[in-house]
Design a protein around this ligand. Structure first.
Ligand SMILES: [Mg+2]
Length: 148
């Protein structure tokens, strides 16, 4: 059985977002959608705690993918971001990777490949959260140890 991943899908192509969202839900994932970078940041204000991975289109009017990615990583560094890019925007995908994106997929993305990358990204996020929990527990232990 696969693990349910909290996914935020962000793309200005609504039909694409809705169809992909349905397919991911059929796989047991929890899906939220946004149709612009601005809307994605707004959605994350509410839902970052239940989101694991953001799937982010690079080419959008308004705040573009790279700008949105930077804003996401600045506010919620543990959220993983997978970029969606066309052949014309591979340079943006490279810029995105340098700004902390987990990986990118070329559009039209292969669904199986997306599922695989979502799971890899989810795993990385959970491992980082676990390391932080352990470090915090150690810190607490040391503090209480110091009081004895
Ligand atoms: Mg687009």
């Amino acid at each position: 059985m696969s693990i349910s991943i909290g996914v935020l899908l962000v793309d200005d192509e609504r039909d694409f977002v809705e169809m992909l969202g349905l397919r991911l839900e059929e796989e047991g994932h929890r899906v939220a959608t946004a149709f612009s970078g601005e809307a994605a940041l707004g959605a994350l204000e509410e839902s970052h705690e239940i989101t694991d991975v953001v799937v982010l289109d690079l080419k959008m009017p308004g705040l573009d993918g790279v700008e949105t990615l930077k804003a996401i990583k600045e506010r919620w560094p543990l959220l993983e971001v997978i970029l969606l890019t066309g052949h014309g925007t591979i340079d943006s995908a490279v810029a995105g990777l340098k700004s902390g994106a987990f990986d990118y997929l070329l559009k039209p993305a292969d669904f199986g490949e997306l599922l695989e990358k979502l799971d890899q990204a989810r795993r990385l996020k959970w491992e980082q959260e676990e390391r932080m929990r352990l470090a915090e527990a150690k810190l607490m232990g040391r503090r209480s140890g110091g009081l004895l």
